[in-house]
Design a protein around this ligand. Structure first.
Ligand SMILES: *Cc1c(COP(=O)(O)O)cnc(C)c1O
Length: 352
């Protein structure tokens, strides 16, 4: 730390992203990226846009906005695009969370970091013993709420009706629903933005749309909330989405067939993986995401993570009390998951 750092940032401990090692080629099942390449249309449009990079990108992101209007049935003033959905989550903490804010104790690790960065006071509400969210904890709580749906780290989803109860019962507070994983089997709350002026729904192109490296996120809300978020966007960086990323995002939304096919493939592979893990004696939480949280009764979470890493497979291990017996395993291709299952079998045999 230098002597120049602002006092208000002394205690900030930054988000720790999953490993992206370069020293050898791993099967990467640790950061929930897609095993499939971006849509060919997305890649082609991005390549074309690269030739126009001498000019700034469009601060109004008209092409992206039009594509989102077509894909999601929202109007132009109900959507915003950001540099990854992390950026819009940061904007939301900055813009709307003067009052106390809550989120689950097990969820996306960036929420407490953004809260700290923006001086937001927050409380973590414990998930139930079975890792589900008790919606009664949030109904009428009269605090700002951040929920990932499906929830990060668990993959467990609430229904749209359950979320609507939370949104409707907190009319004087903002409710942010982070739908990073919604395309893998949960109900989207985007339609609810027409009905509630306190709801912000965020989505990302990093997972289901195979564009993690491009950095593109989007938010849906009523016109007034989007206008507030744009005030922040134009006060930080009006060119937050670059030309190539914007073009790739348009391609990803226009190529709906490719998107749907990949989501269906991940869901099918997930179900096969859960079955195989169950047969090996794992407990697996019911996932609606592109990952599963799984615990072996024969080997500890940390030990399995290390053993898999030695075998060239990366999964995500969290050392927190509630998660340390588990590993979070991204759903890759069928071939990658077959290798995973064979490798786990071998590790368990060596353990025994
Ligand atoms: C991956 C993820 C995000 C953010 O992804 P970006 O790459 O910044 O768009 C947000 N929330 C959750 C729960 C995630 O898992």
């Amino acid at each position: 730390m230098s002597k120049f750092l602002s006092k208000r940032l002394f205690a900030l401990s930054p988000y720790v992203p999953g490993e992206q090692p370069k020293e050898k080629k791993y099967i990467k099942l640790n950061t929930n990226e897609s095993p499939f390449p971006p849509s060919p249309l997305a890649a082609m449009l991005a390549r074309q846009a690269a030739g126009d990079n001498q000019l700034y990108s469009d601060p109004d992101l008209k092409e992206l906005t039009l594509a989102a209007q077509d894909a999601f049935g929202v109007s132009a003033d109900e959507v915003i695009f950001t540099n990854g959905s992390d950026e819009i989550l940061n904007f939301a903490f900055m813009a709307f969370c003067e009052n106390e804010t809550v989120f689950p104790d097990v969820t996306y690790g960036f929420y407490p970091v953004f809260a700290a960065l923006n001086g937001v006071k927050y409380t973590e509400i414990p998930l139930k013993e079975d890792f589900t969210i008790d919606i009664n904890d949030y109904i009428g709580i009269n605090k700002n709420i951040f929920l990932a749906n499906p929830n990060a780290q668990t993959g467990i989803a609430l229904t749209r009706d359950e979320i609507e109860k939370i949104v409707a019962s907190n009319p004087n507070n903002i409710v942010v629903i982070d739908e990073a994983y919604v395309d893998f089997g949960a109900q989207s709350c985007v339609p609810l933005i027409k009905k509630y002026d306190n709801l912000l729904v965020t989505q990302t192109f990093s997972k289901s749309r195979s564009l993690a490296g491009a950095r593109l996120g989007m938010g849906f809300a009523c016109k007034a909330l989007i206008a507030d978020l744009n005030t922040i966007r134009f006060s930080t960086n009006p060119y937050n989405v670059n030309r190539m990323t914007s073009a790739a995002g348009v391609g990803a939304m226009r190529d709906e067939k490719y998107f749907k096919k990949n989501c269906a493939a991940i869901i099918a592979t997930r179900e096969n993986t859960v079955k195989a893990l169950n047969e090996l004696g794992f407990s697996v939480l019911p996932s609606s995401a592109n990952f599963v949280l799984a615990k072996s009764h024969k080997i500890g979470g940390e030990a399995l993570y290390q053993a898999l890493k030695r075998e060239g497979i990366l999964v995500r291990h969290f050392s927190t009390k509630r998660l340390c017996e588990y590993n979070r395993i991204t759903i890759g291709s069928d071939e990658e998951m077959n290798t995973l299952i064979c490798t786990i079998k071998k590790i368990l045999e060596e353990e025994a």
